[in-house]
Design a protein. Structure first.
Length: 461
């Protein structure tokens, strides 16, 4: 005996919950199947806890900057029983997890009120339209695969499992701050974790093992973040390849390189070398759903798979692995299936994104390199760099870099890239303008707000 729904979402992360809630709002009978915590990676071991830690690192830097603004801080004195400026790691983690717990509690009430049934367990396809969850059978007119991804730990390096991945960073480091940290990777997750740990006072090294730092990002961003990493005294190992990881009786690690060098006395090794889609354990082999060579689900422009009535959204389709993208795709899919809006679909062009490094990075559209490769001499670039007013007053001089990529005589803006204080907050509004087709003249005709860093984007020459 099976139970039937109008729609089932496999996965209760950002995408899965969004399609479930939107479909239910139109009166559909909906269920979401999840083996882990509601909210998926973003809420539990991604965006949300990372942002809390990013804020904490910013507070740490603010304590240092406060002295440059005339505050006489007794960093060795007593502040309500604790030393001023000394981080209580356990308290920070506890408050972070309590915050996440509040979100999870909210989900329970929210989904119940929305009319979404939550089925706890791991879903597997029996055939194209039938799911097994711990022996119970479920069918649906429409099934949405929203199972997300998981971080990778290499299998070909001896002792690699002595390290943790980005999930482990938020799940395992709950009692004591690691003092010496090695982060392996050159992408945004690696740099975010490395820079926030450095900001919180750990001794940090980055190993990107011969891969470019922030591959695919605009060259100005790559150079600026690289310089900031060096200025912040984070060690960067460019070419050294890891041969093995050794664990000692005291729990410390030694990272051995192929050239014979090593990093010793490491408290925590964090692998941030990429993610793989969660499509290898849901019974895809029992269906006619096609995967590409990376294990991503093959979909058309409407997120439809190669099986009628089965869709896929989020990280598992390999287009733009970002939480807001999964949410937007889920809501649009719900509008199409049940809201009478058959042409409403997700656009994967001009998606703004932010990296929570120190300083943050905001970017939308084409890099200069990609734009010139695509359009040649029709491309023009405007750029500027400066020390923002806040850092004019501090010893910690952190530059802001801005770049606009424009196309043709009309100078339509096809790329905007910012690294610097406030980049994370300023980009949203500019993303709206660029998505609407703004030109450089539109920016020039906009009266600047002064004095803020964002004014440079409308006064750039």
């Amino acid at each position: 005996m099976s139970k039937h729904y109008d729609l089932i979402s496999i996965g209760a992360g950002s995408g899965g919950l969004s399609i479930a809630e939107r479909a239910a709002s139109y009166g559909a009978k909906v269920a979401v199947i999840e083996a882990g915590e509601l909210g998926g990676t973003c809420v539990n071991v991604g965006c949300v806890p990372k942002k809390v830690m990013w804020y904490a690192a910013g507070v740490a830097q603010g304590l240092k900057d406060a002295q440059d603004y005339g505050f006489n801080l007794d960093l060795e004195g007593d502040c309500n029983g604790e030393k001023c400026g000394k981080l209580n790691w356990e308290k920070l983690v506890m408050k972070r997890e309590n915050f996440i717990g509040g979100i999870l509690d909210w989900y329970d009430d929210y989904l119940a009120d929305a009319g979404v049934e939550v089925i706890n367990g791991a879903a597997k396809f029996i055939d194209n339209k039938t799911l097994d969850v711990d022996g119970d059978i479920y069918t649906a007119d429409n099934i949405v695969i929203a199972t997300g991804g998981r971080p990778i730990i290499p299998e070909n390096i001896e002792g690699a499992d002595y390290g943790i991945d980005s999930d482990g960073f938020f799940q395992d480091l709950d009692e004591e701050q690691p003092q010496k940290v090695v982060v392996v990777g050159g992408g945004y997750i690696a740099l975010e974790l490395a820079m926030l740990m450095n900001g919180l006072g750990s001794d940090v090294s980055i190993l990107h093992q011969n891969w470019p730092v922030l591959e695919g990002f605009d060259g100005t961003i790559q150079k600026a973040i690289r310089k900031q990493i060096e200025d912040d005294k984070i060690a960067i190992y460019d070419d050294e390849l890891i041969a093995k990881v050794e664990k000692h009786d005291d729990g410390k690690l030694t990272i051995h390189f192929e050239d014979g060098l090593a990093i010793t006395d490491v408290d925590c090794l964090i692998w941030a070398i990429g993610r793989r889609p969660n499509t290898d354990n849901i019974g895809i082999e029992n269906t006619d759903i096609k995967l590409d060579r990376r294990g991503m689900v093959v979909v058309d422009d409407y997120e439809k798979t190669t099986v009628d009535g089965v869709y896929a959204i989020g990280d598992i389709i390999g287009k733009a692995p970002l939480t807001p993208v999964a949410i937007a795709a889920g809501r649009r899919l719900g509008d199409r299936l049940y809201g009478g809006k058959p042409e409403r679909k997700m656009s994967y062009e001009n998606i703004a994104t932010v990296m929570f490094t120190h300083p943050p990075i905001g970017t939308i559209g084409m890099s200069e390199e990609r734009a010139r490769e695509t359009y040649g001499n029709k491309v023009k670039v405007y750029k500027t760099d400066f020390v923002p007013l806040y850092h004019q007053m501090t010893r910690h001089k952190v530059k802001t870099h801005m770049k606009l990529i424009v196309l043709g005589e009309e100078e339509k803006i096809i790329g905007c890239h910012v690294i610097g204080l406030g980049a994370d907050e300023m980009l949203q509004g500019f993303a709206v303008a660029i998505r609407m087709g703004a030109t450089k003249q539109d920016f020039d005709d906009t009266i600047a707000i002064h004095p803020v860093s964002a004014e440079e984007l409308v006064t750039m020459k």
